[in-house]
Design a binder for this molecule. Structure first.
Ligand SMILES: *[C@@H]1O[C@H](CO)[C@@H](O)[C@H](O)[C@H]1NC(C)=O
Ligand SMILES: *[C@@H]1O[C@H](CO)[C@@H](O)[C@H](O)[C@H]1NC(C)=O
Length: 275
């Protein structure tokens, strides 16, 4: 009993300095220069991500993904459409860790095989597959609900794992070319194409050299210019959707040059895949 009181007292004492200082804030003067605007937040700033993780994905003794992925989400569920519509043009990002290993089931890459868990795969999985039938159904939902779509492309396609998390080799753009061509032929209004997920700096599971990445975004830009006939219809090119690393980001932009990447995107630790 005594020991418990002592412990309680100790906890109160530990807490005391903190609450005392909270009651006596130090004075500070904040000057806001309101004359110049450094950034604008557009009205569709609320964003949700739909990820690729299959139900077999487990972490910390839990397997939480179930039927929530791009590949298995119940797109006909009335709550889903209603929830999206309530945001009035909700921005939806399709992407996540496995996006870089997704093969689009179109052109020379068809047919492709679904994600299966393999012990030596990136994040424990093999490459996966997005069927055009599923892409059609996703777009039905997006058009019906007025969602604004950012699609994360497979920036590891064609590369190979050299050592630990380091991936080398040129990005093979054929699959993206065929996929974007298909998307345009169907009239699906993708708002922006994002190149890669968390491959910058030290990466998460995989990383790619910034100069190589810079050359690949030039190639992606030229594909978009070629396939979207008019400049005004051309979606934005976003990159790299990774963790900020000044040297890496600088090298990317130095290599890509002006007017290639329309917006740099970065993720914030512990918040998962935000934009
Ligand atoms: C890129 O991938 C396609 C299959 O999608 C293949 O036919 C082509 O040879 C590959 N290109 C290179 C340079 O590896
Ligand atoms: C594959 O998934 C099953 C459960 O679905 C799990 O028991 C097994 O450990 C996984 N294998 C790998 C290599 O992650």
């Amino acid at each position: 009993m005594a020991a418990r009181h002592l412990l309680l007292l100790a906890l109160v004492c530990l807490h005391a300095p903190h609450s005392a200082s909270a009651q006596q804030p130090e004075e500070a003067t904040v000057i806001v220069k309101g004359s110049t605007k450094i950034a604008v937040t557009d009205v569709n700033y609320i964003c949700a991500t739909i990820d690729w993780w299959p139900p077999e994905k487990c972490n910390y003794n839990q397997c939480p993904w179930g039927q929530s992925s791009i590949l298995n989400l119940d797109l006909d569920h009335p709550f889903l459409a209603q929830a999206i519509q309530e945001f009035h043009n909700l921005r939806i990002r399709l992407g996540g860790s496995l996006q870089d290993r997704v093969v689009y089931d179109v052109g020379t890459n068809s047919p492709c095989s679904p994600f299966t868990n393999v012990s030596n795969g990136l994040f424990g999985f093999s490459a996966g597959c997005l069927s055009m039938d599923r892409w059609d159904k996703l777009n039905d939902l997006f058009q019906k609900t007025g969602a604004i779509i950012t699609f994360g492309l497979n920036a590891l396609h064609g590369r190979y794992n050299v050592q630990r998390s380091f991936w080398a080799g040129k990005w093979n753009s054929t699959n993206t070319y065929d996929f974007v061509e298909y998307t345009i032929s169907k009239g699906y209004p993708v708002d922006s194409w994002e190149f890669g997920n968390e491959l910058s700096g030290h990466g998460t599971g995989a990383r790619v050299d910034a100069k190589l990445y810079g050359k690949d975004v030039i190639e992606l830009k030229s594909i978009l210019r070629q396939l979207y006939r008019t400049p005004l219809s051309q979606p934005l090119l976003l990159a790299p959707g990774g963790f900020f690393d000044q040297q890496w980001y600088t090298q990317l932009l130095q290599t890509s040059g002006h007017g290639v990447v329309n917006a740099l995107t970065h993720h914030i630790y512990n918040l998962g895949g935000g934009m």
